[in-house]
Write a protein that binds this ligand. Structure first.
Ligand SMILES: Nc1ncnc2c1ncn2[C@@H]1O[C@H](COP(=O)(O)OP(=O)(O)O)[C@@H](O)[C@H]1O
Ligand SMILES: CC(=O)OP(=O)(O)O
Ligand SMILES: [Mg+2]
Length: 400
């Protein structure tokens, strides 16, 4: 019997989902995909078939933005359009597994309780993840659910990359670098094996540039180092997150500005990043690139500067660089950002073909570039389906 797996990817401001059927031989095909954008402001739901035709759409007014009705809409519409077939499993991207969950796991009440404790370090994600898991338990109580952690892929990082320079007691309590966007990096690492086997064996930086953004140093397909740390707040400048910050600033904000812990958290996760740098123009890169406002341009330049500086650190970790991969919303679509980043990496011998870059070609570097530069669309859902079937003991996961 074919298996139908619903993959749910709760990001910081959106919920993306897809339903995939997996046949006896492991052959998979997409049935449905969709998204709810702008959760928390003016949610917009859209459901499409595999060809991209819209099957259902709905907008909510600001007053109706709690998660429950949004999720019910997803569950009802997905079931309606599966035309007689039943869901056999639900897989979630769960942003943080903490020290105790370093591999995908079946959802149980104990797992939910353990994830709840991680809310303060991933406040933009964990509440969405838990709301989704609980709603799906109510709406589809007989369908098993699997949590696929964004942090799991980085379990191969060596201790030197993992450890913060803090007393050992905190390390023992789980205060260490975890790294995120792991399902995306895992997908890219696997994809490189088929499309660029020479790079799959080499030293590659993958730039996952979406609303949240990070870089991962891959050595022979494994995570060696990454820019996000204990939480998805660290590293690059993001939509509303500050990225790497001198920790003394946090103390200063509390002491000199009298901000409480909750106020500092709100400031750093929701009011910083591109939104703050652009003077409130937008947290969204597309809007910033289209804006004539000087502060919007400044925000873009700082985003690129910080990215190039942190890429330098990862190049040192890797002891050189063979390939650079752009992925996620900004990485896949913003040719201007790719050109700016590559210009900053010209010292390495990176050269790109402007025309190939403009048309978002797979390889955008020139044949004489010292580093191959690729644009590879990510597919976190494919990894969610694979892990979900594997956790449920379904052998066809191996073929995915
Ligand atoms: N054509 C485009 N040009 C520039 N930026 C784009 C384009 N398309 C999407 N983006 C940017 O991608 C980001 C969202 O990326 P995405 O990977 O979908 O995020 P997430 O999964 O974290 O919600 C936004 O900043 C958006 O503006
Ligand atoms: C980890 C993270 O930042 O995720 P997202 O890009 O979905 O916000
Ligand atoms: Mg994302």
């Amino acid at each position: 019997m074919p298996r139908i797996v619903l993959a749910l990817n709760a990001g910081s401001s959106s919920l993306k989902f897809s339903a995939t059927t997996v046949g006896e031989e492991g052959q998979s095909s997409l049935l449905l995909k969709g998204e709810i954008e702008d959760i928390g402001s003016a949610p917009h739901f859209v459901l499409k078939n595999a060809q991209g035709a819209i099957l259902a759409e709905r907008r909510w007014t600001d007053s109706e933005t709690s998660m429950q009705p949004l999720l019910e809409e997803v569950a009802v519409r997905v079931r309606e359009h599966l035309t007689g077939d039943e869901l056999t499993a639900i897989g979630h991207r769960v942003v943080h597994g903490g020290p105790d969950h370093m591999a995908p796991e079946r959802v149980t009440p104990a797992l939910i309780a353990s994830l709840e404790k991680l809310t303060p370090i991933a406040p933009l994600h964990i509440p969405h993840n838990l709301a989704l898991i609980r709603s799906m338990m109510k709406l589809c109580p007989d369908v098993p659910q699997v949590a696929c952690f964004d942090t799991a892929f980085h379990r191969t990082m060596p201790a030197v990359a993992r450890r913060f320079a803090l007393p050992a007691v905190y390390e023992a309590a789980g205060v260490r670098r975890y790294g995120f966007h792991g399902l995306s990096y895992e997908y890219i690492a696997r994809k490189l094996e088929s499309i660029a086997p020479h790079l799959a064996k080499g030293r590659v930086i993958v730039a996952h540039l979406g609303n949240g953004a990070s870089l991962c140093a891959l050595q022979a397909g494994r995570s060696l180092d990454t820019t996000m740390g204990f939480s998805p707040l660290d590293g690059l400048v993001m939509g509303t997150r500050c990225g790497a910050l001198d920790p003394a600033i946090v103390l200063y904000l509390e002491n000199q500005f009298g901000l409480s812990v909750d106020e500092v958290r709100h400031l750093l996760y929701r009011e910083s990043g591109l939104l703050a740098l652009s003077g409130g123009v937008a947290n969204d890169m597309r809007t910033l690139l289209a804006s004539a406002e000087p502060k919007a341009r400044e925000a873009v330049e700082i985003f690129v500067h910080v990215l190039a500086r942190q890429a330098g650190g990862l190049i040192a970790s890797l002891q050189g660089l063979d390939g650079f991969v752009f992925t996620a919303g900004i990485g896949e679509h913003a040719s201007e950002i790719r050109a700016m980043v590559c210009e900053k990496l010209a010292w390495l011998g990176v050269k790109i073909d402007p025309q190939a870059n403009l048309r978002h070609a797979d390889i955008i570097s020139t044949p004489d570039s010292e580093v191959e530069v690729w644009v590879i669309p990510t597919d976190e859902d494919a990894m969610i389906v694979r892990h979900t079937l594997a956790v449920l003991g379904d052998g066809r996961a191996r073929a995915l």
